[in-house]
Design a protein around this ligand. Structure first.
Ligand code: ACO
Length: 332
């Protein structure tokens, strides 16, 4: 049976920075409140003519180049996004594939909100281990500014735009292989975080109502509590299942939603500050893009070396959650 190895990482952040002072002029909030409650100082905002697929393409170009794999050999692309270029079709994955000039790969999107990257990593692993695919491009890309209500101080301070991508390919060498991925969901918490938008589940009388309902709505405080509980349990479960201890993890890469959530989970798991990767202060919450953007950050800082063990941990709307034990296995 072939194994699946994480070969490379890439990311893209739009140029425009929206900082807490600027947000304080838009809604009733302050740099002090946002910093204390979330750890976020600034986030990136895509240009109006810059789509989720464009950001995904930039991240994917880097991931492909760093993988040393010919793009013509990529036989599948999966995109995790809750802010696709178009809500129903075509998928953002097919648009990214075409913009990259890939050769007719299997291409589709998945919707798992902030857990999106862990979900697409598990899909890549499953397709490769089954022998159905050999070289898979996974992309987490979000233009959350397009679905954020900038009059709602409870959500607009949190979210930002960006993309991350990775190449996963088959290997016979078990030491390179993704060790394990756990994913789950509980739809009974759906109302904690949702976009009650123009899908078949919405019934609106006017276009104004319809447009407003495309924005994300969140019960922040309840979400916070479930997030800490779920993220911690997730990690305990995957470490126990694989006989791995917290000190064996080189980089803990949690979904970047809120510094207080990350700190609470890190403390509960007795992880050191050096182990915990933090980018939330720079990018805010970029949903499906947050974990690959964070991995890319340590890669570009020269802190991620071949063979080092990553522990990924995510939580998001749905509700969905997931964790993964992944050695970084570039070919060179
Ligand atoms: N500025 C100032 N005051 C604010 C702001 C703001 N931006 N937002 C809320 N407040 C006020 C509230 O109105 C409330 O005031 P009150 O006490 O007078 O009623 C007070 O601050 C406390 O509000 P809480 O909602 O209890 O604040 P909390 O400490 O929970 O922080 C936050 C809010 C930052 C949203 C936090 O709950 C959070 O991070 N939640 C989790 C987010 C998350 O992880 N989401 C999941 C992933 S996202 C995805 O899947 C796309």
């Amino acid at each position: 049976m072939p194994y699946a190895a994480l070969r490379s990482i890439g990311a893209y952040a739009p140029q425009k920075i929206l900082n807490n002072e600027e947000l304080s002029a838009m809604v009733d909030t302050s740099d002090d409140w946002i910093t204390k409650r979330t750890g976020i100082k600034e986030r990136r905002i895509a240009r109006e003519d810059e789509y989720t697929s464009d950001m995904g393409v930039e991240a994917a170009k880097k991931a492909i180049e760093r993988s040393g794999i010919d793009k013509d050999e990529i036989d599948m692309i999966v995109c995790a996004t809750i802010s696709p270029d178009y809500f129903c079709m075509p998928s953002t994955a097919t648009i990214i594939a075409t913009k990259l000039g890939l050769k007719n790969p299997t291409a589709f999107d998945i919707s798992a909100a902030c857990t999106g990257f862990v979900y697409i990593l598990s899909i890549a692993k499953a397709f490769i281990e089954s022998g159905m695919k050999k070289k898979v491009l996974i992309v987490g890309a979000e233009k959350l500014s397009a679905i954020t209500d900038y009059t709602d101080r409870g959500t607009c301070i949190l979210f930002g735009d960006g993309a991350g991508a990775a190449v996963v390919s088959a290997t016979d060498d078990k030491s390179e292989a993704i060790i394990d991925i756990h994913t789950g969901s509980d739809g009974s918490f759906a109302d904690l975080l949702m976009t009650p938008n123009g899908g078949s589940g919405s019934a609106h009388d006017s276009l104004e109502q319809e447009a407003a309902s495309c924005f994300m709505q969140m019960k922040g405080n309840e979400t916070f509590k479930v997030a800490v509980r779920t993220l911690t349990k997730d990690v305990v479960d995957i470490l126990e299942a694989n006989g791995i201890k917290g000190e064996d993890i080189k980089h803990f890469v949690p979904h970047q939603a809120n510094y207080r959530i990350i700190k609470a989970v890190g403390d509960a798991l007795k992880l050191s500050d050096e182990q915990v990767v933090l980018t939330v202060h720079k990018y805010g919450n970029t949903s499906g893009a947050s974990i690959p953007m964070a991995i890319n950050e340590i890669y570009e800082d020269g802190k991620l070396k071949k063979g080092e063990l990553l522990l990924l941990d995510a939580f998001g709307g749905g509700l969905t959650w997931g964790s993964a034990l992944v050695p970084f296995s570039p070919k060179n």
